[in-house]
Design a protein around this ligand. Structure first.
Ligand SMILES: *Cc1c(COP(=O)(O)O)cnc(C)c1O
Length: 379
């Protein structure tokens, strides 16, 4: 089955009771048993729920995995991965990383004796210097947020395999429409399904997909034992979202490309960060491991003026100022005062998060309206 068919049918079967085409929302915590242990495969909804299972099968199908797991948020999914580790274990992670992942690693798991190394991975060979006998996991996010750096998943996987370390990839920005980490050698693919998979800014959810049975069993154990699951209603919403992932992504990419080009030619703009440009430092890797370049774009203005950036954001009318990304509607954000505000100015500027940096999540509205909105806001 090809991807555009998988998003609609992958892992799905029609409802056995009445033939419902969409899986019913099984809003139940428990399931009747005829005799102790006499049930139809479902005992308690923390462990299993038919609506969640349908979604987990869809996750697995679209990422070319064998096992899917749904969680109450993207961070709950990451939390489950780190719980595979024990005190003394070490993780090599990207440095330009989702702020919530950084907070979870440093403020929660470091207290439990797990050590994290945050390093630049644009040159993947950097990883080798941080690998020792205690290293158990390589954590990769690509493209990165908000600088849109690209990390070579295949090369990272070669290092992981050589040292018998797990490789996990946060695939939230790319989605399996653009990039399939398991095909490139990753062991675990993770999503904030809140973003493109859900796609309509109406649900918070996380996902994991793996190929290996024993790894899946350990993660299912953690999912059930720790209990950070999602409800049947949210499962239904994300399952519905996935059915249009391919058409939404196609438009996100088309609109993203048009806006990246518009910004690059605008006299007030200094830098545009988008992996589709040939001048992007990791463009060749992006071209090799992604099928297109997505709708996430960051840019800076000439003179790098904080107040001017705020003014541009306030002037935007179709682009809404908000956290999050990946929904049908266009959003904008100001990393220096929002997601990265807690990082000291000198620190954040080292990775490129300067005062005038604006991040766009380009939606699927009419491109003419989006360009016109940016044009008037930049005046
Ligand atoms: C949003 C996000 C997360 C966290 O997911 P939640 O659903 O908000 O918990 C993790 N990684 C990336 C890249 C994200 O954008």
């Amino acid at each position: 089955m090809k991807f555009n068919t998988k998003v609609i049918h992958g892992g799905q079967e029609y409802d056995k009771a009445y033939g419902a085409v969409m899986p019913p929302i099984y809003q139940t915590s428990t399931y009747a048993q005829t005799t102790p242990g006499g049930h139809k495969g479902y005992e308690y909804s923390r462990t299993h729920n038919p609506t969640r299972n349908a979604l987990e099968n869809a996750f697995s199908s679209i990422e070319n995995g064998h096992y899917g797991l749904a969680f109450g948020s993207g961070l709950a999914a990451i939390d489950a991965i780190i719980k595979l580790l024990k005190p003394g274990d070490e993780v090599v992670s990207t440095n330009d990383l989702y702020g919530g992942s950084f907070r979870l690693f440093t403020k929660i798991f470091e207290r439990f004796g797990i050590k994290f190394h945050f390093i630049g991975m644009q040159s993947v060979s950097n990883i080798k210097a941080y690998v020792n006998d205690n290293t158990k996991l390589i954590w990769v996010e690509t493209p990165t947020n908000p600088m849109m750096n690209i990390i070579d998943i295949k090369a990272a996987s070669a290092i992981a395999k050589k040292h018998n370390i797990l490789l996990a990839v946060d695939n939230t920005f790319a989605t399996p429409y653009l990039q399939k980490p398991l095909d490139l050698g990753a062991d675990i693919v993770m999503h904030s399904a809140t973003k493109y998979l859900g796609g309509h800014s109406d649900v918070v959810m996380g996902a994991l997909v793996v190929k290996d049975k024993s790894l899946a069993d350990r993660l299912y154990f953690i999912q059930n034992a720790s209990g950070a699951i999602c409800g049947p209603q949210d499962s239904f919403l994300v399952l519905r979202g996935i059915k249009t992932l391919h058409v939404r992504m196609q438009r996100h990419c088309e609109n993203g490309k048009a806006i990246a080009k518009f910004l690059a030619n605008h006299p007030k703009i200094e830098n545009v960060y988008w992996p589709g440009f040939e001048a992007h430092p990791n463009h060749i890797i992006a071209k090799n491991q992604m099928t297109d370049f997505g709708g996430m774009i960051s840019f800076t203005t000439k003179g790098n003026n904080y107040e001017e950036a705020i003014k541009i954001i306030e002037n935007l009318k179709v682009f809404t100022l908000a956290e999050s990304l990946g929904g049908v509607e266009s959003l904008c954000g100001h990393p220096a005062s929002m997601t990265h505000a807690s990082i000291p100015k000198e620190e954040r500027e080292k990775t490129g998060v300067v005062d005038s940096l604006i991040r766009l999540s380009v939606g699927i509205e009419d491109i003419d309206d989006l360009v016109a909105d940016l044009k008037q806001a930049l005046k």
